[in-house]
Design a protein. Sequence first.
Length: 132
Amino acid sequence: MKYFTIAELCRSNTGEKLGIENVPNSFQKANMENLINHLLDPIRQMWGKPIIVNSGFRCIKLNKAVGGAKNSEHMSGCAADITTGNKADNKKLFDMIRNSSLEWRQLIDESGFSWIHISYNQSDNKKQVLHL
Ligand SMILES: [Zn+2]
């Protein structure tokens, strides 16, 4: 882990506001480490500029509070929502990831590149690309 930390992936404005303790277990933590080592850090290295994690790990309670999908990969620590801070650069970042040799499970352009959802799952890195 070079650029991103487990703590950074657990931080949540909504969680803090609602007093939800967003603490991962060792399984979820291991998934986050894989996500960082196999995707987030290499992406940040390639991009060469800061990338912000809007949402990483979500406990069940937090996932409900933010209206996440029932089977959201955020709950297992396998997914992160990332942004450069603006849509134009998010599109460039998205294209850079899509054209890279990295392995991912899902790469999703959310709401016209408002943010990028990316997930890593060693057993199922099918490199799916979606626009939602
Ligand atoms: Zn997401």
